[in-house]
Design a protein around this ligand. Structure first.
Ligand code: SF4
Length: 317
């Protein structure tokens, strides 16, 4: 369950900052009676206290930078600290569970032989998705009741129908599904899992990413494609071949956004990842990743309560 406002009522914060010997010297102990996130906060506080003056991070630096974690870092370095360095669990939400549910169905569909990828076959994967994705733990975490499960199933049926108007999966020539790619560029380790890497009729590689959220505001196009463009960097480095296109399938709306991949963009994304990794190493050594709160950055962030306790001026909900 997210650290939502009602959880705040369970918090009792005792501020303990007589000195600021270290940027991450402990500033508060948070006591709480329930929930994974609260426990993570307590653990974080306890380890912070144990480290005292020489405290840096208890946890090692992540082994690699993924496109989504790079996006976290670029949005707010403190979010990266909490999610990737301190590894504070981020609770599932209805939206994230739905995303995993739908991804599972399409993953299984494309794993079938081409002619078998029919709409009925896709529907047949709904039941296995219920078992594999909506585990008892996930159901509890997102508070899934009968009404919200019925809503999820209804939305999934619409998504499946819309998807079949977007492409004919029987024609898809896939080089990889849920493809794990790790490379090192210079000193920067990068890692990502691609939903799909296709070979189109012209013989070009195409990165395909399923999106279950809303269509983006077109003013933010460059951000929309940023993750997938870093996947293009990974592919070029790993396979020695630059994907020609990125195709984002907004399956809830039945709309496709497509963009060509250029050498300029691949170089720019690689340079941005390298620069971010250098900063990550520096902040990690300093023991402090700066917070850059803003309405957009904080709106969907799981760490709002933790940041507020730490004195970060998070905009009101
Ligand atoms: S709540 Fe805002 S300031 Fe805090 S980690 Fe999240 S994005 Fe950063």
């Amino acid at each position: 369950m997210p650290l939502s406002s009602h959880h705040s009522t369970f918090f009792h914060a005792f501020f303990l900052h007589p000195r600021r010997e270290h940027p991450r010297a402990p500033r508060a102990i948070v006591l709480s009676s329930r929930g994974t996130n609260e426990l993570a906060l307590i653990n974080w506080r306890v380890s912070a206290l144990a480290y005292g003056e020489s405290m840096a991070f208890e946890q090692p630096l992540p082994k690699a930078l993924s496109p989504s974690r790079l996006a976290d870092f670029q949005t707010c370095p403190r979010r990266y600290q909490h999610a990737s360095v301190e590894r504070i669990p981020q609770p599932a939400s209805y939206a994230t569970a739905k995303g995993r549910f739908v991804h599972y169905i399409f993953e299984q569909l494309i794993k079938l032989e081409g002619p078998e990828r029919t709409v009925d076959a896709a529907r047949d994967f709904v039941e296995p998705a219920l078992r594999h994705i909506l585990t008892a733990e996930v159901r509890e975490e997102i508070g899934l009741d009968d009404a919200s499960e019925a809503r999820l199933l209804a939305e999934t049926q619409i998504i499946i129908e819309r998807y079949f108007t977007m492409e004919d999966p029987r024609e898809v020539k896939s080089e990889g599904i849920e493809m794990r790619v790790g490379v090192t560029i210079g000193d920067t380790p990068l890692f990502g899992i691609l939903d799909r890497l296709d070979r189109d009729v012209e013989g070009n590689l195409v990165i395909v990413d399923y999106k279950t959220g809303s269509l983006p505001n077109r003013n933010y196009d460059s951000q929309t494609f940023a993750n997938a463009e870093l996947y293009a960097v990974l592919c070029e480095e790993k396979l020695g071949e630059r994907p020609a296109k990125i195709r984002l399938l907004y399956v809830s709306q039945g709309e496709t956004l497509e963009r060509a991949v250029s050498e300029v963009i691949v170089k720019a994304r690689a340079a941005a990842a390298i620069a971010a990794w250098e900063k990550i190493k520096r902040y990690y050594a300093d023991g402090d990743f700066p917070a850059t709160p803003s309405r957009n950055a904080c709106r969907f962030c799981s760490f709002q309560d933790l940041c507020r306790v730490q004195g970060v001026p998070v905009p009101p909900r």
